[in-house]
Ligand binder design. Structure first.
Ligand code: ASP
Length: 609
């Protein structure tokens, strides 16, 4: 530094030191060079006068060494260093002696001999090891999320997530999409989950709803003439949390005008392929195979099948139309299905294993039981149900399932959903357990041609996905005669048995949209109150349009090889919807409630009659 020139370095916490290298970036190429590294003290070892510190930043670890004869002051200070202290150090890169080379560390051939050390901050002791495996329960890790995030798996996961954002943005921008934000303080949207409400202070007694998705807003943007929109959008659904859900989650949301299904699928395929290439360097095979919803349910019992599992279901409904066997006959009579999962060469499925599967499907999937047949070496059927079956039924089952000595057949009969859910789940569990899987790491596919409506448990028609999905044009005539047979323009992208996202063409004509609301049972007044502005917007000159939303968290989870969505979200909520780090949700003070003109009612059970 030139004498007499005033600099402000004495005002900086770093003094005159400025980082030259990331810790993880120091390699033998830097030997002999002076470097400045900064980070957290990962560990410290004192060795008879020498002090070794592993210094960590987001790029990795490097060993820095303090020798009393080289820098007495730095060496003295190094004696006080503790785990997670924050330091900056200047030194010279040296080759480690052969016996101290650490082949496990990318920087393991070198170390930095420190000349100058500045301790930038002390730190409380970490609650668990800042290592690949923290050796701590998830609840503990989430409470100490700060330290958890310092661990390599979290650092990697959030990098993958970052790469995914950048990849999606680049793809969509290249396809001509404009990135446009839509409000978080919004009005209820139609996905059908419970809304999060935010009380309005300026309009007492009124509430905003946090968007369950930008669905309505993106459609309005199409009507407003933006042609192609996208957003990495935060969405909110007040649901009971299951393993793969979060109350707030992120979608790669987009919408495009003047397109049919094919053009949307082309964008979906491109975005997915590039995302896999840009984050994990994998080239997915194109084009993605397509399955209709009907075929997916028939063969796999799921609309998001993992097609790497080689087992398939067969449908036996027609075999049991006039059966004497009550359990199956009753299901068919009420419009349900009888399905079978055949497993050939099923010797590994012992009687004990079958009993275990039966209690699993009873407990977890609400099955009444699990009927089964084992075809023995001599061709006879060992089975609790065989005696109820006619010869013709046995012959039909054998023909359709390909049963042969060694086969085990599982059956389920009920309304459409349950047998598919039960056998679909057994298919994947047993397929994986028995190694009946192909060797593809990734199996993307499109599922298309979902029905517009399905029957709810109350027997009424509800929407299959959401109420804005357009029916396919040639099925519009079925509105008045057979609405449940109407095919929708809905499509999903599925990867390895997980739904990456959903989309559809939308109703751009208000008469079609009104008809759908009518079938869904909305009275005129309610339709106007909830969706009037949307219907008016459609009348203002809506172009045909369609779009999609990828679940970004789920994609990041797959790409990062993580087990839970929580692993790829910086500050996730627990199963109980809490953020244990910040302590959210929390009570608020009386004055805030007064301003909002809100009062907290006692919990229902405490209420006096
Ligand atoms: N808005 C829909 C959802 O969140 C996705 C879409 O159809 O674009 O499920």
């Amino acid at each position: 530094m030139t004498e007499g020139v005033r600099t402000s370095s004495h005002l900086d916490p770093l003094g005159a030191l400025r980082r030259t290298h990331a810790c993880g970036a120091i390699d033998p190429g830097a030997i002999g060079r002076e470097v400045v590294v900064a980070g957290w003290v990962h560990s410290r070892r004192d060795h008879g006068g020498l002090i070794f510190v592993d210094l960590r930043d987001r790029d990795g670890l490097v060993q820095i060494v303090f020798r009393p004869e080289l820098a007495a002051e730095a060496h003295a200070r190094a004696g006080d260093l503790r785990s997670e202290f924050v330091v900056i150090a200047r030194g010279v890169v040296e080759r480690r002696s052969p016996e101290t080379v650490n082949p496990k560390l990318p920087t393991g051939e070198v170390e930095v001999a420190v000349h100058e050390l500045r301790v930038l901050n002390t730190a409380t002791p970490p609650p668990f090891a800042i290592e690949e495996d923290a050796g701590a329960e998830e609840t503990v890790r989430l409470r100490h999320r700060l330290h958890d995030l310092r661990r390599p798996p979290a650092q990697r996961a959030l990098r993958v997530r970052h790469a995914l954002y950048q990849s999606a943005r680049a793809t969509l921008a290249e396809h001509g999409f404009l990135e446009i934000e839509t409000p978080i303080l919004a009005k209820a949207t139609p996905e059908g989950a419970r809304d999060f409400l935010v009380p309005s202070r300026l309009q007492p007694g009124e509430f905003y709803a946090l968007p369950q998705s930008p669905q309505i807003m993106k459609q309005l943007l199409m009507i407003a003439g933006f042609d192609r929109y996208f957003q990495i959008a935060r969405c909110f659904r007040d649901e009971d949390l299951r393993a793969d859900r979060q109350l707030e989650f992120t979608q790669i949301d987009f919408e495009m005008s003047f397109v049919g299904v094919e053009e949307v699928l082309a964008v979906l395929e491109d975005l997915t392929v590039r995302a896999w290439r840009d984050t994990v360097g994998v080239d997915l095979p194109r084009p993605f195979p397509r399955l209709s919803y009907g075929e997916a349910m028939a063969r796999y019992g799921s609309d998001k099948p993992d097609v790497r599992v080689l087992l398939e279901l067969v449908d036996l409904t027609d075999v049991f139309r006039a059966t004497e066997f009550r359990a199956f006959g009753a299901a068919v009579a009420k419009g349900g299905v009888v399905k079978c999962l055949p497993i050939h060469d099923g010797d590994a499925l012992t009687r004990g294993e079958i009993d275990r599967l039966e209690s699993f499907v009873k407990k977890e999937l609400g099955a009444k039981g699990l009927a089964w047949v084992r075809v023995q070496a001599d061709g006879t059927w060992q089975s609790p149900i065989a005696k109820f079956l006619s010869d013709a039924e046995r012959a039909a089952i054998a023909a359709r399932s390909g049963a042969r000595p060694g086969s085990v057949l599982f059956f389920a009969a009920d309304d459409f959903a349950k047998p598919n859910a039960i056998l679909g789940r057994l298919r994947t569990d047993l397929g994986r357990q028995l190694g009946r899987v192909d060797d593809r790491a990734w199996a993307p596919l499109f599922v298309v041609e979902f029905p517009v409506f399905e029957r709810g448990e109350d027997g009424k028609l509800t929407f299959m996905h959401m109420p804005f999905v357009a029916p396919v044009e040639e099925d519009l005539a079925l509105f008045d005669t057979h609405p449940e047979a109407m095919r929708g323009t809905h499509y999903d992208v599925v990867m390895n048995g997980l739904e990456l996202g959903s989309g559809s063409l939308r109703n751009h004509r208000s008469d079609v949209q009104r008809k759908i609301f009518e079938i869904l049972g909305y009275a005129k007044a309610e339709m106007e109150e909830r969706f009037g502005f949307m219907l008016n917007a459609l009348d203002a000159g809506a172009p045909p349009h369609g779009g999609f939303a990828f679940g970004l968290d789920r994609m990041a989870m797959l790409l990062a090889g993580a087990e839970s969505l929580r692993d790829v979200i910086a500050f996730p909520k627990t199963q109980r919807g809490q953020d244990p780090l910040m302590g959210a949700p929390s009570t608020v003070d009386a004055q805030q409630l007064d301003e909002l003109r809100l009062r907290i009612a006692p919990a229902p059970k405490e209420r006096t009659p």
